[in-house]
Design a protein around this ligand. Structure first.
Ligand code: 4AZ
Length: 261
């Protein structure tokens, strides 16, 4: 079980990113993920899922002009007809970009209902086209991207602190890929075949609630989908991601085209 670990010290390097934000509670807030504001022009494939009322509840990532990948636990949380895929919108408070409905939802048939048991992946087909560049999807030829220490970038609109507020803005943070052995120590249910962990031993940088379903990227290649973790940014408790390379065939199938080389 977890020891009483303090959320590691806040990175105070006042990212210029907060200057545009006003409000009482932002000043001393740990940046969840020790990250900073990110732009949808740099990460055009980063999208979010909203419910019928427009509330953002998960992240997702464009993988073709008609499909997005997300977590299975996000796909089953809201009825298909109530899901809105919001793309090209950096700031949730605006109406920038596009909002598309979902025509089809594929959830990994092995998903048990518990993200901790793996197979936490889904692909949604949108009604219409996503006018933004998709991420490349890691496959079995990308083993190098999963090596311990690889610097990966996690993106999302989720909480900026464990138990804290959700971000209005897209944020990004860099986290190193953690070895299977270390992750197994942190989570007894860790399965290296379909999960991958990322984070610093001392914590401080992580995905958090609301980031689920969002992308873990190495360059332009999607290697993970935010799945679960014990709390956020705790020492010894890295974030756990769905290992995308394990599902590259299924993702391609949903994209409606055959596997390319
Ligand atoms: C969540 O509840 C969640 N620190 C997502 C990511 C992490 C923890 C929780 C990883 O959606």
């Amino acid at each position: 079980m977890a020891t009483a670990v303090m959320v590691p010290v806040v990175v105070t390097s006042a990212s210029a990113d907060d200057t545009a934000v006003s409000g009482p509670d932002k000043a001393a807030e740990p940046r969840i993920v020790g990250g900073g504001k990110a732009s949808v022009s740099q990460y055009p494939y980063a999208v979010f899922l909203a419910d019928r009322s427009g509330n953002q509840y998960c992240g997702a990532v464009i993988v073709s002009s008609t499909t997005i990948a997300t977590a299975a636990h996000c796909a089953v949380a809201v009825k298909k007809n109530d899901v809105r895929v919001v793309a090209g919108r950096e700031d949730k408070r605006t109406r920038d970009g596009v909002e598309l409905r979902v025509s089809k939802v594929w959830v990994s048939p092995d998903y048990s209902g518990d993200p901790g048991k793996g197979d936490d992946i889904a692909v949604m087909t949108v009604s219409g086209q996503l006018p933004y560049r998709p991420a490349k999807v890691a496959d079995n030829g990308n083993a190098d991207l999963y090596e311990e220490g690889t610097k990966a970038t996690v993106l999302g609109w989720g909480r900026v602190a464990d138990g804290g507020a959700r971000s209005d803005y897209l944020r990004s943070a860099v986290v190193p890929v953690v070895s299977d052995k270390t992750c197994r120590t942190a989570y007894s249910g860790y399965d290296p075949s379909d999960m991958v962990c990322a984070g610093y031993p001392e914590g401080g940088v992580d995905a958090c609630q609301g980031d689920s379903g969002g992308p873990l990227m190495v360059g332009d290649t999607l290697i993970g989908i935010v799945s679960f973790g014990e709390g956020c940014a705790k020492a010894g408790k890295p974030g756990v991601y769905t290992r995308v390379s394990h599902f590259s065939n299924e993702i391609s199938q949903q994209n409606g085209r055959k596997l390319i080389g």
